[in-house]
Design a protein around this ligand. Structure first.
Ligand code: GGG
Length: 347
């Protein structure tokens, strides 16, 4: 039987709850479709950091390299470990080391979900650059603790990095409704963002079938609220994409519905799949986290692994469950109820 080896990193807080839920759904789906998922769980998290001084072992990246894919829950426990330490110790090194340069985040309303907007039909695919830009980690602080203290954080935009994410965006637009919105702030950031706009214009000549528009991030934020139905594929830098996709989650009814995939399009290393949401310490281990984003992310994992029919079935099961009112009201249904509702809809 075809078997995929999956590294499972539940992480912190509700990461464990939603990863368990996603894993149960994926196991049922795999069994009924004639393949197997062999999961290996890693306890890498803030608790691991407290014990060892590291978010993952020194050879963590090499350990993960052997897997077909990584399923991750959530990272962060700010009461005990600063978020800058946990993020730069686990999630960002994995994205960078495995060249997962395309972070794909779909935003649409699931059946039955009442979003905060009047618009009921929108289907936006946000693509966030995932390895450089504002999250490069280049910078430093000097004269700490004195009045002369200085903090510098440099965004790094390379031609390779910008070109490959834009090309990915063009390809996605070509495979969907043919519209690409490229997001910058090139009026204010006159080097990196003008560079991004120039590369967008250069590449557009290669994709005459794709209608390209350039937006400033502020205008895009307004458009996502006022006219989300006008958008198809949206491509943005690391920080801008991060912010826009929380907005995307909000308009689709909340972070409990926002899935994501960190893709290495060349497949030279494993890709990683995780809900957009964080660890939500306030509801950790209460059994009330919405697992839909994690389950949808798991479906994206199967799609990436080539099991497209099963991925479609899982999404259909999520839709069937939400259409029946399961998981659509924040905090009403328990994680287990939502998971079982989706499993029931699978069969
Ligand atoms: N589900 C992954 C997670 O914990 N995300 C929280 C977060 O803050 N992520 C930052 C990022 O996606 O760059």
């Amino acid at each position: 039987m075809k078997t995929y080896s999956i590294a499972v990193i539940p992480g912190d807080g509700i990461g464990a709850d939603v990863t368990d839920a996603a894993w149960s759904v994926l196991q049922v789906a795999a069994r009924t479709c004639g393949f197997a998922l062999n999961g290996t769980e890693f306890p890498w998290s803030c608790a691991f950091y407290k014990e060892t001084g590291r978010m993952m072992p020194e050879d963590g990246i090499e350990t993960l390299r052997a897997f077909d894919a990584i399923l991750l829950g959530a990272v962060g426990w700010p009461a005990e470990v600063p978020d800058s330490v946990s993020l730069h110790g686990l999630l960002l090194p994995i994205r960078k080391a495995f060249v997962q340069y395309a972070n794909i985040r779909p935003h649409r309303l699931l059946p039955g979900v009442q979003g905060p907007l009047r618009a009921e039909k929108f289907d936006i695919l946000c693509i966030r650059e995932n390895t450089e830009g504002e999250y490069s980690g280049a910078g430093g602080r000097v004269h700490q603790g004195t009045v002369d203290e200085v903090a510098v954080e440099t965004s790094i935009f390379t031609r390779t990095g910008v070109e490959r994410i834009l090309r990915f965006g063009f390809e996605q637009a070509r495979a969907r409704r043919g519209r690409l919105a490229s997001v910058t702030k090139s009026n204010a950031q006159k080097y990196s963002m003008v560079f991004w706009d120039e590369i967008t214009a250069e590449l557009s000549a290669e994709y005459p079938d794709v209608e390209v528009s350039s937006y400033h991030i502020d205008a895009m934020a307004a458009r996502m609220v006022m006219a989300p139905e006008s958008l198809d594929v949206v491509v943005a830098s690391n920080l801008f994409g991060d912010i826009l996709t929380d907005l995307g989650a909000a308009i689709q009814g909340g972070l409990g519905f926002a899935a994501s995939a960190n893709i290495n399009p060349q497949r030279s290393a494993p890709s990683m799949f995780e809900p957009v949401h964080g660890s939500a310490p306030d509801i950790a281990a209460l059994g009330i986290a919405n697992p839909i984003a994690a389950i949808w992310s798991g479906a994206m994992m199967l799609d990436h692994l080539g099991e497209k029919d099963v991925a479609v079935r899982i999404i259909a099961a999520i839709e069937a469950a939400t259409a029946r009112g399961i998981g659509i009201f924040p905090g009403r249904d328990r994680t287990e109820t939502i998971t079982n509702g989706i499993i029931a809809a699978l069969s």
